[in-house]
Write a protein that binds this ligand. Sequence first.
Ligand SMILES: [Zn+2]
Length: 198
Amino acid sequence: MSESHITGSLGSGESEASTEGPKCYCDLRAKSTIAFYDENFGRRFWGCVKFKDGGHCNYFAWRDPKMCSFGRRVIRQLRVMHAQSLGEQSAWESNERELRHQTEVIVAMTEQHRAKIINMSKQHRIEIENLNVQNRAKIDAMISQHRHEIEVERKVSDIKISGYRAALAFCLFLIFGILASHIFSTGLCTPSKLMLAA
Ligand SMILES: [Zn+2]
């Protein structure tokens, strides 16, 4: 088995560390690798651990016996299924990452909206409080103005009533004066007669 044949035919170069493998020409534990080419698909072999790094010793030995065609076909199918499931897993992980990101975005937006609502609510409360204070001041001013107007009207009314009373008293005085002078002038009643009657 030539080295070029192996390197040119290896798939993903799946390999595993071994503490039991044979030693290569460098006197190091050989590494177990799986070959993926037609005749030896899925068959493991031992190789030098320095194979990929360069400066290796060209050590090579099959670890598994040669497989029948049915076994190779089964391993090939398993490998395809494995690749598919890896792809699906990757897609699922990608979806999960996307969903997690979207969830984080939604949570952040919700937080922002909640903060905005709380802020707006505070602002509205302050505005309502200010309006209440302004309205209360306006109402107090109106009440004070009306009270003042009522007071002025009451004073004016009092003055008018006093005037009417004075006019009425003057009229009554005049009427009685005229009536008395008329009675005394006709001689029906004189001050002496009045004194006698008393
Ligand atoms: Zn070696």
